[in-house]
Design a protein around this ligand. Structure first.
Ligand SMILES: NC(=O)c1ccc[n+]([C@@H]2O[C@H](COP(=O)([O-])OP(=O)(O)OC[C@H]3O[C@@H](n4cnc5c(N)ncnc54)[C@H](O)[C@@H]3O)[C@@H](O)[C@H]2O)c1
Ligand SMILES: [Zn+2]
Length: 366
């Protein structure tokens, strides 16, 4: 089994990776949680049907006490109502502060279950078992948990690091194609911001990766997790370095918001956002055309993206009013001279941003 250390306070933890790991999750978790421990597995119906049985069998066999808590599927359920109902159900089931919460699902389940673990009785132990590629390479590592408010995404939450993250890439076999590809763009991001070898691997092996070849996939997931672990260890709470993980996200978030979160999956919006950032980097002479085209080609090699049909002016307005932007100052993460390095940049002229958004519209219209 592969173990990647995440070195954060209050304690370090491992991301454990192995194909088929869900079948011996119990063996690993009983070491961390102790025999007889009560575990509440937060999940959604679909994932429970596909993978819940295996996990339950494995945890029970290892001597853990397991109960499932289902929540509604999808981003619209990532809110305080869901959190409250889960917490009330735990109280009704007699969960005390010694119980553990396990997230079995995608990033939505991970964020809600993590926030539940952070606040239930002022905090209980938490374990992540991510089942989407996006959650495996990104959402499950780093300790950010939370829910959405009407005013915007992820506006309420807490940092709550898990005791462990268990990644079994076999569970990705059942993931819908579009969800799978959306996760791959986050790994392309990891390559561009800090791992040129990962980028080259994805560039050269896109077919294998798209076929979900086990070894290729594990290589991509492990490298992405390592990169994220390295960044969050250096900057747990997003002072400076952690910002680089937002490559593609400045424009990506604006595209998602401008289309009401219905047109793009998050990873797809980030894919367009990365291409936009590359165009801005070209216009401001940060990267050569050759390197820029390599990034654009790599993104497109993982499949078609939904069309960008937005008003560049409206997207620009969103960038400035983004609730998370700092005092209206827009930060772009831009490639810096070569693949594998980026910098945080402010003060990009509006005209350059508008041109980049327009370039996306033209590219996507073919
Ligand atoms: N905490 C963080 O650091 C962080 C980072 C990135 C994203 N996120 C959050 O993650 C969320 C997006 O996560 P997501 O893309 O995983 O979406 P998701 O959790 O909604 O999962 C997508 C869909 O896949 C299904 N699914 C999950 N695993 C499956 C499997 N193995 N087989 C078949 N179907 C499966 C789910 O039922 C769901 O319908 C967003 O809310 C985002 O804010 C958090
Ligand atoms: Zn993202």
């Amino acid at each position: 089994m592969k173990r990647i250390k995440v070195q954060v306070a209050p304690r370090h933890y491992d991301v454990m990776m192995e194909r088929g790991l869900i079948d011996h999750a119990g063996r690993e978790l009983v070491r961390l949680l102790g025999k007889g421990r009560r575990c509440f597995v937060v999940t959604v119906l679909q994932v429970r049907k596909l993978w819940g049985g295996k996990l339950e069998a494995s945890l029970t066999k290892a001597g853990l006490r397991v109960e499932f808590l289902e929540m509604g599927d999808g981003e619209t359920h990532k809110n305080f109502r869901t959190l409250e109902s889960l917490a009330e159900r735990m109280v009704a089931l007699g969960a005390d502060r010694n119980c553990a919460v396990i997230a079995l699902g995608g990033g939505v389940v991970g964020d809600v279950a993590g926030f539940l673990a952070a606040c239930y009785m002022r905090g209980v132990d938490f374990v992540q078992i991510p089942t989407t590629l996006l959650a495996q390479v990104d959402a499950s590592v780093g300790g950010k948990t939370g829910v959405n408010l009407k005013a915007g995404k992820n506006l309420a939450g807490a940092f709550h690091q898990p005791l462990a993250v268990l990644i079994d890439s076999d569970v990705l076999a059942t993931l819908p194609e579009r969800e799978f590809r959306a996760g791959l763009y986050e790994s392309v991001k990891c390559g561009v911001i800090g791992d040129a070898a990962l980028f080259r691997f994805m560039e050269a092996n896109s077919e294998k990766v798209l076929r979900r070849d086990g070894a290729a996939l594990d290589r991509v997931i492990a490298a992405s997790v390592k990169l994220k672990a390295r960044v969050v260890a250096a900057d747990e709470r997003e002072g400076g370095l952690r910002r680089i993980l937002n490559f593609g996200h400045t424009l990506g978030h604006a595209l998602e918001a401008e289309t009401g979160y219905k047109h793009f999956l998050h990873g797809e919006a980030v894919a367009w956002g990365m291409i936009g950032a590359v165009r801005i980097a070209q216009a401001t002479k940060r990267i050569t055309d050759v390197e820029a085209e390599r990034i654009v080609r790599a993104v497109f090699s993982f499949g078609g993206l939904p069309e960008v049909k937005v008003s560049p002016k409206k997207v620009l307005a969103r960038l400035v009013s983004d609730k998370k932007s700092q005092a209206g100052v827009v930060h772009f993460i831009l490639p810096k001279s070569k693949i594998g390095a980026v910098e945080v940049v402010t003060g990009i002229p509006d005209s350059v941003v508008l041109d980049a958004i327009d370039a996306l519209r033209r590219l996507s219209a073919g």
